[in-house]
Design a protein around this ligand. Structure first.
Ligand code: ADP
Ligand code: MG
Length: 342
């Protein structure tokens, strides 16, 4: 049996000290980190971008099939993704937790292992947080702080007519991963002796449990001198995010079903569930890819990156929002969000 140290044996201050004792600040902008009443950050003339997320057990994650280390990693990633979506570079995070006595110190260590792995990979410092007890569920709030030159941040509302509509990576896999895990959970709850075989679905499950943020795309823009005209990250499904950019920019768009990037592994998994892969890409969620618009003048540059797909273009608002299917049929794009598929 593995060891179990009660949180109460350390006390609140002892616990914070235990969880944060190995932090070595990596960024020159992190002036004061954990251990005082507040953190101090100096972005040296750049502007500061802030984004925050609140994650609640059994609303946003299920500990039955989510390893704590993955949860720690993902809690950081989903925030960093928002900072990258502003065309900014994340530099610090704060992390606040509500913890019940169901958790041991060892369980929190696992969670923090994931947090620190994400911090290291993306070059951000954990500079503060808060720790409190929760009666029942596990509660996680992460705030990410980033920096951007004043002329470089990218909003959702600034796309122009004729711009190319682009996405990074591939879409829809995390949603299929969730369907698999929910199905296995049901089987497990009905007959706990049955061991799930998830090996075959490791691709889609990995996309759900261990997402990455597209730091590389922001770096590519910088190297190629590309300024997207608008951008956001895809957390609720492609169609819902496209409608955000259209509405906020006062435009319409046309996208082509055949251009929507879908991984082969995801297609095979979707067919097992008798679900249309395109529907998953449009209405699934938790992809954490970037959706952005670009001037047509940047087309040649964008073809240099195989991880970027041009899926359509922006039109007048009056033209509406249209998807042209593989058979050539036209449909309005509707935001079903990802709850619709559940
Ligand atoms: P205060 O009572 O002034 O709010 P705390 O005792 O809550 O201070 O926190 C002490 C220090 O530890 C602060 O720098 C705070 O940001 C940091 N901290 C508290 N909880 C966490 C946590 N879960 N992860 C990282 N840092 C934390
Ligand atoms: Mg506090």
């Amino acid at each position: 049996m593995s060891e179990r140290t009660e949180i109460a044996s350390l006390g609140e201050f002892g616990l914070i000290e235990h969880l944060t004792k190995n932090i070595e600040l990596q960024n020159a902008s992190s002036i004061v980190g954990v251990g005082d009443d507040g953190a101090v950050i100096d972005h040296f003339g750049k502007q500061t971008v802030i984004s925050t997320d609140l994650l609640i057990e059994n609303v946003h994650f299920d500990l039955i099939y989510t390893p704590l280390k993955h949860l720690g990693y993902k809690s950081v990633i989903v925030n960093l993704s928002d900072i990258y979506a502003m065309n900014a570079t994340p530099s610090q995070i704060t992390l606040s937790l509500g913890i019940s006595n169901r958790f041991s110190v060892e369980a929190l260590d696992e969670f923090y292992e994931g947090v620190y792995a994400a911090c290291e990979r993306y070059g951000v410092d954990l500079v503060g947080g808060d720790t409190t007890s929760s009666q029942k569920g596990f509660i996680i709030s992460v705030t990410a702080i980033g920096e951007v030159s004043p002329d470089k941040y990218v909003k959702r509302s600034t796309a122009k007519k004729g711009d190319l509509l682009c996405v990074s990576g591939t879409l829809g896999a995390a949603y299929i991963g969730l369907l698999f895990l929910e199905r296995e959970k049901k089987i497990y709850l009905e007959s706990p002796a049955v061991q799930p075989d998830l090996e075959e679905e490791s691709y889609v499950i990995g996309k759900l449990l261990k997402p990455e943020a597209r730091k590389d795309i922001i770096e590519f823009f910088d190297q190629q001198n590309i300024m997207p005209t608008s951008m956001m990250d895809i957390s609720d499904g492609l169609s819902s995010e496209i409608l955000h950019i259209c509405k906020d920019s006062g435009l319409g768009c046309v996208i082509y079903e055949e251009k929507i990037p879908i991984a082969e592994e995801m297609k095979n998994a979707a067919y097992k569930f008798k679900i249309d892969p395109t529907a998953c890409a449009l209405s699934g969620g938790e992809d954490y890819e970037l959706l952005f618009t670009l001037s047509q003048n940047d087309y040649d540059k964008i073809t240099l990156n195989e991880g970027i797909s041009v899926i359509g273009y922006m039109t007048d608002e009056a033209a509406g929002t249209t998807i042209i299917t593989k058979n050539g049929n036209k449909h309005p794009i509707t935001a079903q969000g990802w709850n619709h598929l559940k």
